[in-house]
Design a protein around this ligand. Structure first.
Ligand SMILES: *Cc1c(COP(=O)(O)O)cnc(C)c1O
Length: 476
């Protein structure tokens, strides 16, 4: 496919901009060389982008079981609400009294999300999950500093954690202590007890964890950390399995982030932007980033900066329209729909797991939560076909591959999260497609090394793309 720069004919253009209504620059300020822009008509531009759109794959194209990412359907009503001019056309510097509706929306979203998570206060500034983690860690640091405990320099992270957890802890200036998981995929309590001490600032944990298991020792885990004087941080990326059913606040967590772009149905994965609000218990609310929303004496809504705030972590109030989408989703599902979505997410994952484990080994036996991890280790040992090859093979079946090589504690991992928005027929079809592929891998491994063959581009050199990205067309 040609690039925009390779299309078009010199002199062709489309006049979609209104005439210039500001004074022209004096000639010496103007560029000497003509800007190298493509010369295209509106039709050509439109066709170009439509063609590009056909070459990508998204949740609206088909099954997208990307583990840990919760690629659920993004209801169109959310988009319609976020596009309302009263939300979309606001300016962040407008006086409070002109944006009372938007403030009310922020306050109500905060209230609902606090209820779902068992937190007391929340701030919407962080723009993603990892950004929320970093924010939460700065709050943990502010808390210990206020208590005069500067010696608390270590953050404990299970070895199954998402890579962003240790990365955020390191960025916040902490030393990361990794605790191993037991045979059962959950935190090894004895190892955890050995890891805590007077230098423990806190623990970061997601529950259900990244192998799709709910850690049944969670109360014991948070107690061990609290007894050592640390705080417990909940990575809320996996909340889709438990929302409306159990709450991180009741599990003993002090600070959390949510991924509105996962659990609460805002688009992500190239379709962003995201939102990673940070919530906390009462005692920590003074450290939240500011501004936060508050109710004023006259009953109207306004903003305030918490007493010992860590400061702003992003401009203004975060990605406001993502919060509008999450709010629309919360209202659409309601108090009954939220836990029902979680139950269906867990049901779908177990249904698919049951079908796949007839022929493919799982990393952990038994029932799972909203996702599960398969291992291609046996297959690789027998045939040379690796998790990567299987993932590429699935592309030819019109399925987005599961997450690959994560979590790191499982060899040749493929992590599957179907989400609640898939039908039984889709799951059946995906299971059959996967079975056929697995069979082909056993019988004709070389063929799978060639996959994909039906996609717009064949197997890409992902390492080179990451190491030597070519991000512009002209070099001058
Ligand atoms: C996605 C994810 C994150 C990071 O969230 P982003 O919004 O991608 O920054 C953290 N932890 C887990 C378990 C995740 O799945």
């Amino acid at each position: 496919m040609k690039l925009l720069f390779e299309l078009g004919t010199s002199g062709r253009h489309c006049d979609i901009l209104p005439p210039c209504d500001v004074p022209e620059m004096s000639p010496e300020c103007l560029r000497k060389k003509e800007l190298r822009l493509p010369h295209l008509s509106e039709t050509e531009i439109s066709r170009h982008y439509t063609e590009l759109e056909k070459q990508v794959y998204g949740v609206n194209d088909g099954f997208y079981p990307l583990g840990s990412c919760t690629m659920k359907y993004n209801p169109k009503i959310n988009e319609a609400m976020a596009a309302l001019p009263g939300f979309a056309k606001l300016h962040p510097l407008q006086p409070d009294y002109t944006v009372q509706g938007a403030l009310e929306l922020l306050r109500r979203t905060e209230k609902y999300l606090c209820e779902i998570t068992g937190m007391d206060a929340m701030n919407f500034q962080p723009a993603a999950g990892a950004h929320g983690e970093f924010t939460g860690l700065l709050m943990i640091r502010a808390f210990h500093q206020k208590n005069g405990e500067k010696n608390r320099t270590k953050i404990i992270v299970p070895d199954s954690a998402h890579g962003t957890n240790p990365a955020s802890a390191a960025m916040a200036g902490y030393t990361v202590v990794s605790v191993p998981s037991g045979e059962d995929g959950c935190v090894d309590l004895e190892k955890l007890k050995e890891a805590v001490g007077e230098d423990t600032a806190g623990l970061m944990l997601t529950n259900p964890n990244t192998v799709g298991l709910f850690d049944k020792n969670i109360l014991e885990i948070t107690r061990i950390i609290h007894d050592a004087g640390g705080l417990c941080y909940y990575d809320g990326a996996n909340l889709n399995a438990v929302m409306g059913i159990t709450r991180p606040g009741d599990m003993g967590f002090d600070i959390i982030h949510l991924n509105l772009h996962k659990t609460f149905s805002a688009p992500h994965g190239g379709g962003g932007p995201g939102s990673g609000p940070v919530g906390c218990k009462k005692d920590l609310a003074e450290f939240l980033p500011g501004p936060v929303t508050e109710e004023k004496e006259d009953g109207s809504s306004g903003f305030a900066v918490p007493e010992s705030s860590i400061g702003a972590v992003r401009s203004f109030y975060g990605n406001f329209l993502v919060i509008v989408k999450a709010f629309a989703y919360l209202l659409t599902l309601g108090a009954d729909g939220i836990p029902e979505a979680a139950r269906n997410a867990v049901l779908n994952a177990n249904y698919l797991k049951k079908k796949l484990e007839e022929f493919c080994p799982m990393a952990y036996p038994g029932t799972c939560m909203h996702e599960f991890v398969m291992t291609m280790k046996d297959l690789k040992d027998r045939t040379g076909v690796a998790a990567l090859d299987i993932a590429k093979g699935l592309l030819d079946n019109g399925i987005h591959p599961p997450t690959m090589y994560f979590p790191l504690i499982v060899r040749e991992a493929l992590m599957v999260e179907p989400t609640e928005t898939e039908s039984r027929e889709t799951l059946d079809e995906a299971a059959e497609g996967f079975r056929a592929l697995y069979q082909r891998a056993l019988e004709n491994p070389d063929e799978i090394h060639e996959a994909p063959v039906k996609t717009p581009v064949r197997r890409l050199d992902e390492v080179r793309a990451a190491r030597k990205p070519v991000l512009r067309y002209f070099y001058d």
